[in-house]
Structure formats: C-alpha cells, structure tokens
Design a protein around this ligand. Structure first.
Ligand SMILES: NC(=O)c1ccc[n+]([C@@H]2O[C@H](COP(=O)([O-])OP(=O)(O)OC[C@H]3O[C@@H](n4cnc5c(N)ncnc54)[C@H](OP(=O)(O)O)[C@@H]3O)[C@@H](O)[C@H]2O)c1
Length: 277
C-alpha cells in the first residue's frame, strides 16, 4: 500500500487520481478548499468501504500558514509519502491579494508548491521510490516578471497563470539542484486540455470560451491514464518534463539553473518576510 497526497484533489484531475488510488487499495490524502467537496470525497470513500484509507484536509493553499498546517497534518498522519501530486489551481480574472500580501495565483499555484515540495522532502525521502508530480504547464511561453512578480502593475489572469507555469518549471530545477542526492523523482507534467471544473473566477466572455474548450477537451478519465503510468514508473532522471506524453528537455530554454537559483533565493526571502509563514 502506498501513500498519496493530492492537492486540488477535490475536483478535476486530482479528484480522478485520488479515487483511482483509493480503489486500488492505497492510502490517499486529499487537500482542497471546499469542506463540501471534501465531505463528498469522504462519502465516496465510505461507499467503497475505504474510509480508513481516505483523508481530507481543508486548506486554502494561497496562504502559507494554511499550507504549513497541511504539512503538519501530513507529518502527524504519515511517516512517509510515496507521491505528492500537485493539482491545486484557480484562475482569477481580477487580481486578488491574500491576507499575507501575495497575489493569489502566485501564492497558490507557485508559492504553496514550493513550500510543500521543500518542506515535505524528508517525508518523501523516507519512501522507497518517491515522486513529486507537479501538474502545471512545463515549457510554456509565459514570462517571469522578475521586477513585478506579484503583477501589481500589469495583472492579467492568463499572464499570472503563464508566469506560474514558468515558476513551477524553475521550482523543479531548483528542487533537484538543492537536493543532489535525493531519491525523489520530480516530474513536471502538462496533460493537455482536459474537461475539468476549471476552478476560477471568469468574466462571462472567458466562461463562454472555457465552455467551448471543454467540449473538445479530453475527458478526465482519458487524461489520467498516462498520468497514472508516469506515477507508477517515473522516469529515472531526477527531473523530467512532459507535455501530453511528449518528453521535454528539462535543461532546455526555460529551465535555466541560474534562474532557478535566483528564484529559490527570492522565494526564501519572501517566506522569511511573511508574518504568517
Ligand atoms: N484542465 C486542463 O485543461 C489543464 C491543462 C494544463 C494543465 N492543467 C493543470 O492540471 C492541474 C489540475 O487542473 P484541473 O483542471 O484538473 O483542476 P480543476 O478541475 O480546476 O480543480 C482545481 C482544484 O484545485 C483546488 N483549488 C483551487 N484553489 C485552491 C486553493 N487556494 N487551495 C486549495 N485548493 C485549491 C480546487 O478546489 P475548488 O473546487 O474548491 O476550487 C480544485 O479541487 C492544475 O495544476 C492545472 O494547472 C490542467
């Protein structure tokens, strides 16, 4: 029996992975914002006679304080985790700043993933073949706004998400760089367009586009089949990246080591200055 922790596991790809692993007899902790969706997950687990192996932690991962509370819950529940699957993502048309002072997309899509990866590394390293699966947008063409990473001057929902994809690429590079001996395989994965809940705050025009996209997108059950294969047998390299099943060079453009180190230092400074963090 393996232990899976899945953020954003109350909907979309994360939820489908969580249910699959539960059905396969594993222990699964789902992290999500909605108590109602969390209860639905626990109810599904009871229905499968698997309540003892299902866990739910309600948390808003846009807050460092809540991300750290999740880490405490994980440490209390498990001595090792085999897979950390990062799926929480929420689109915002308008810029929102968290109570801790971070732009929301930056906070939940990148910063919480940074904290989870680095601060759970030892719990992952206690497993035999640990893996972090960061489901995002590797190799994307977003820009990192080094001088305005919180997008105070030029916020746009797509720009924030695209920047987040790039930051997650550098998180993968930085994680493996900072732990040269780690057994953790780090996989950055973009599944392609999948018909999920697309959690977000949209204008009516964007909501219409999302609806149209959903109609031609892959179904969640189709989309998770290759993801399950990757999780069952991650590539041997410490860091790998893939877009819809195609391998990307994780040392190519967008994955520069010097940028990853710069970002790691920048992120550490932000966390050190964060009163709640
Ligand atoms: N779907 C696609 O076409 C696509 C394409 C490329 C990459 N991806 C990536 O795949 C991953 C999963 O996407 P998806 O489309 O399956 O997601 P989804 O259906 O939109 O679900 C997102 C999940 O994240 C949770 N979440 C959002 N903000 C959160 C927060 N602040 N704290 C805790 N949980 C939060 C949501 O909870 P609520 O339900 O409460 O909002 C939900 O459970 C994402 O990282 C995304 O970037 C998806």
């Amino acid at each position: 029996m393996k232990t899976y922790v899945i953020t954003g596991g109350t909907d979309g790809i994360g939820k489908a992975l969580a249910l699959t692993y539960l059905e396969r007899g594993h222990e699964v902790m789902v992290v999500g914002r909605s108590a109602e969706k969390g209860e639905a997950w626990l109810e599904a687990a009871r229905h499968h006679g698997a309540a003892a192996r299902a866990h739910f932690v309600r948390a808003d991962l846009s807050l460092v304080s809540e991300t750290r509370a999740v880490i405490d819950r994980i440490r209390t529940a498990f001595t090792k985790i085999d897979a950390l699957v990062l799926c929480a993502r929420h689109f915002r048309t308008t810029r929102l700043v968290t109570a801790e002072g971070f732009e929301n997309t930056f906070a939940h899509f990148y910063l919480s993933r940074f904290v989870l990866c680095h601060e759970l590394a030892d719990v992952l390293e206690a497993a035999n073949t640990p893996v972090i699966l960061n489901v995002a947008g590797p190799g994307g063409d977003g820009e990192i706004h080094w001088a305005d990473m919180q997008l105070e001057r030029a916020y746009d929902g797509q720009r924030a998400l695209a920047q987040g994809g790039r930051l997650n690429d550098l998180l993968g590079v930085g994680f493996t760089d900072s732990r040269p001996e780690t057994p953790v395989r780090y996989v950055l994965l973009n599944p392609g367009t999948v018909s999920t809940s697309f959690s977000g705050q949209y204008t009516p025009a964007i909501a219409t586009q999302i609806e149209a996209m959903r109609r031609s997108a892959q179904l969640v059950d189709e989309a998770i089949a290759p993801i399950l294969k990757v999780l069952a047998a991650p590539p041997a390299a410490p860091l790998s990246a893939m877009v819809r099943g195609e391998r990307l060079d994780p040392h190519g453009p967008g994955f520069a080591l010097e940028d990853a180190r710069r970002l790691r230092e920048h992120t550490k400074r932000l966390l050190a200055a964060c009163p709640e963090g």
